[in-house]
Write a protein that binds this ligand. Structure first.
Ligand SMILES: Cc1cc2nc3c(=O)[nH]c(=O)nc-3n(C[C@H](O)[C@H](O)[C@H](O)COP(=O)(O)O)c2cc1C
Ligand code: SF4
Ligand code: SF4
Length: 280
């Protein structure tokens, strides 16, 4: 029976929750799963495990600025080329626009020789709005979102069983993931995390407040913070703001004034249904 390997980056935890919902469902059906959270790999605490022959690779990323995280895309690009292995890309998004993240992940996996067995975009709370009581995507992913991940897991497993039995098995191609309107595709083409970083103020700590506890360094999901006095991010920072959220001294400040209103306006302009969707 095919094994499944879940590989994801999840700075705020929603992508991890989605991955676990599918992995637990596969486990319930008797399939073996292994989980690779990319954070320890990026913090150089663990090596990136090699894909095993015949394994089905599930790759998860949050949508940041209309795209998958660069660290996840790099990881796909570094996979050794596969001959007919299967993959399932999935993203979580915060209710503005899921952009072209899923399409880009699917196309990158195909370039590496993977057959796409299915995909999903899962609604989640917008990670940048943690300080608002009513953020976009509040309470998501909820049970019905996670049920969609379980449904995807069951369908993918059945496709792999059919393929092993020599039956004609269903699959999709990355063109199935080309679901955005022209307007949203053009917006995604113009957006990037790098551009957002040029606009944002760097997440520097106020030296007068910082106690040097190192929590922000330990929590950074991509290993971008170095212990210094006070700690500061390097160019690999993804603006997840986990450091600002965790700092017990509130030494790392983020200006979120008017942010919710701006993001709500962007969401309305994009017009993407606030939905979770499975592609099969
Ligand atoms: C810097 C940044 C950029 C984001 N960009 C988008 C976006 O373009 N569209 C969107 O719908 N959500 C966006 N989000 C929200 C995330 O996609 C959402 O919160 C996601 O579920 C986070 O996944 P995680 O909990 O696994 O980290 C962004 C969040 C951050 C922090
Ligand atoms: S978490 Fe805050 S107090 Fe601790 S090292 Fe980082 S900036 Fe300083
Ligand atoms: S430095 Fe802060 S904002 Fe940047 S990636 Fe690390 S935790 Fe996230």
């Amino acid at each position: 029976m095919t094994q499944h390997h879940f590989l994801f980056l999840s700075p705020s935890g929603s992508t991890r929750v989605a991955a676990w919902a599918a992995a637990e469902e596969l486990g319930r059906l008797g399939a073996q799963c292994r989980i690779t959270d990319l954070s320890p790999v990026l913090r150089r605490e663990a090596p990136l495990p090699n894909p095993l022959p015949g394994e089905c690779l599930w790759v998860g990323s949050p949508v940041y600025c209309d795209h998958a995280l660069p660290q996840v895309m790099n990881c796909i690009a570094e996979l050794s080329p596969s001959d007919g292995r299967s993959a399932v890309p999935f993203v979580t998004w915060g209710g503005i626009c899921s952009g072209t993240a899923l399409l880009e992940m699917g196309a990158a996996l195909e370039r590496q020789g993977y057959a796409i067995m299915g995909a999903a975009k899962i609604m989640a709370e917008h990670a940048s709005l943690w300080c608002y009581p009513n953020p976009l995507g509040r309470g998501r992913p909820n049970q019905s979102d996670l049920e969609q991940m379980r449904l995807l897991a069951r369908a993918v497993r059945q496709r792999l069983v059919d393929r092993e039995a020599g039956k004609l098995a269903g699959r999709i191609t990355s063109t199935t993931l080309d679901y955005q309107t022209e307007r949203n595709k053009n917006k995604a083409a113009a957006a990037s995390l790098e551009a957002a970083k040029r606009r944002a103020s760097p997440l520097l700590a106020d030296g007068a407040r910082c106690s040097g506890c190192g929590l922000c360094v330990d929590i950074c999901p991509v290993g971008a913070r170095r212990m210094a006095s006070p700690p500061s991010p390097d160019e690999t920072c993804i603006l997840c703001k986990a450091c600002a959220r965790c700092c017990p001294q509130e030494a790392i400040t983020v200006d979120t004034s008017g942010f919710l209103e701006r993001l709500r306006t962007m969401a309305a302009e994009c017009g993407e249904e606030q939905e979770t969707r499975v592609f099969l």
